[in-house]
Design a binder for this molecule. Structure first.
Ligand code: ADP
Ligand code: 3PG
Ligand code: MG
Length: 388
């Protein structure tokens, strides 16, 4: 893979780095999780040491091709500077519209951040001339936003094609970790939870081909249990999921992949039940896994060399129903298998469990991109870098 560490920086003066500063915030714009910022530090510092001017580019939220104060980096720039321990200059929306990047080379500050790239027409349409209005002022383009690489947007795709481009250090690690899951012949287990089958169906179908075992948890499992005629009361269900589940079982059988479901669960009344004791007569909601399901997971983990985890095992936002995910996080932190984890809410589950990300082989910063990368399709951000 072409790598930043081997690149010759002779004649390189201005470098654009596409980062993903789409970080979670609270109602007073306080950054509540700085993982994505911290993961970009190595690349930013490396380029700074090469004495280049740096232009950071990122989206934030989903504004509609126009300036909206709630999506502006104006609200966050001070926190970003503090977290990254760098003085970062904000290039405002107005400033870019009026002057573009003409004066970029002369800026006093070494690091600048362009306001939310999704304010500008041309970003979401992957427009060539918009992309050039940025890359014409750069000598090198680095994509350090693996978590946005499933979007066919100008800063993710077209800009990398315009000039010499490279993956950032974290981007490289994300690709290597995901390729290990996809291509390794080691015995693999995928633990998939969360709320919807439809958002993960393609990932599940691909995983049946490469995994020996898949454990389905979270609200997603309700649909599978119902499919197997287990009463699920008023649990969260997804209409029309039967067809998708049928397809998953069919492909799993073909690939000798075994699908495992929870053996026991915790209801909304915080009562534990074996799935064989659930009754059609009572009203209940399945909100977490219970002890035998965790034991099953423990056994499956013990016999796997690689474990992938995406999606919480229960409704983690309520502490009564976060135990299953916390226990799973701790099993994975202490096992000898190679553990790769991805998904916004899955990372939250690990934080709730109080476990440090360093305890796992790799924790991805990506949500949708992580799932799409596990499928058999090419991501626009990865493709544009022409890595091989
Ligand atoms: P990720 O972001 O890690 O990919 P998802 O977005 O797919 O995960 O799913 C996370 C959501 O799933 C959380 O909001 C959690 O509350 C919900 N969830 C998990 N299990 C249940 C359940 N049994 N009932 C209701 N919601 C659940
Ligand atoms: C994410 O949070 O998954 C990435 O930043 C991509 O954001 P998007 O789903 O708004 O494209
Ligand atoms: Mg989520």
């Amino acid at each position: 893979m072409k790598s930043l560490s081997k690149f010759d920086f002779q004649n390189i003066k201005s470098v654009g780095i596409r980062v993903d500063f789409n970080v979670p915030i609270d109602e007073s714009f306080k950054v509540t999780d700085d993982t994505r910022l911290l993961r970009a530090i190595d690349t930013i510092k490396f380029i700074k040491e090469k004495k280049c001017k740096i232009l950071l580019i990122s989206h934030f939220g989903r504004p509609n091709d126009n300036f909206e104060i709630r999506y502006s980096f104006q609200n966050l720039i001070k926190q970003f500077s503090k977290i990254l321990n760098e003085n970062i200059n904000l290039i405002s929306y107005e400033n870019f519209l009026q002057k573009g990047l003409v004066k970029f080379q002369q800026f006093e500050e070494i690091i600048s951040l362009l306001d939310n790239i999704r304010f500008f027409k041309g970003e979401k349409t992957n427009d060539l001339s918009f992309s050039k209005s940025i890359t014409d002022h750069l000598d090198l383009y680095i994509n350090e936003a693996f978590s946005a690489s499933h979007r066919s947007h100008a800063s993710v795709n077209q800009m990398s094609k315009n000039i010499t481009s490279l993956p950032g250090f974290n981007f490289e690690k994300e690709i290597i970790a995901i390729n290990e899951i996809k291509n390794s012949s080691k015995k693999k287990l995928a633990i998939i939870g969360g709320s919807k089958v439809s958002t993960k169906i393609n990932t599940l179908l691909s995983l049946t081909k490469s995994c020996s075992n898949i454990f389905i948890g979270g609200a997603m499992a309700n649909n599978f249990l119902k499919f197997k005629d287990v009463p699920v009361g008023d649990s969260l269900l997804e209409e029309g999921s039967e067809k998708m589940i049928e397809e998953i079982y069919k492909l799993a059988k073909k690939s000798s992949c075994e699908i495992h479901l929870p053996l026991d669960i915790v209801t909304d009344k915080v009562e534990k039940y074996s799935i064989y004791k659930l009754s059609t007569a009572s009203n209940f909601k399945i909100l977490d896994l219970s002890d035998n399901s965790i034991n099953l997971l423990d056994n499956l983990i013990l016999k796997s060399e690689i474990v992938l985890w995406n999606g919480p095992m229960g409704m983690i936002e309520n502490e009564n129903f976060a135990h299953g995910s916390s226990k799973l996080a701790s099993l994975l932190a202490n096992c000898s298998s190679q553990v790769v984890i991805g998904g916004g809410d899955t990372l939250l589950a690990i934080n709730i469990a109080g476990i440090n990300f360093d305890q796992f082989h790799f924790v991805s910063t990506a949500g949708g991109a992580f799932l799409e990368a596990l499928e058999d399709k090419h991501l626009p951000g990865v493709e544009a870098l022409n890595l091989s």
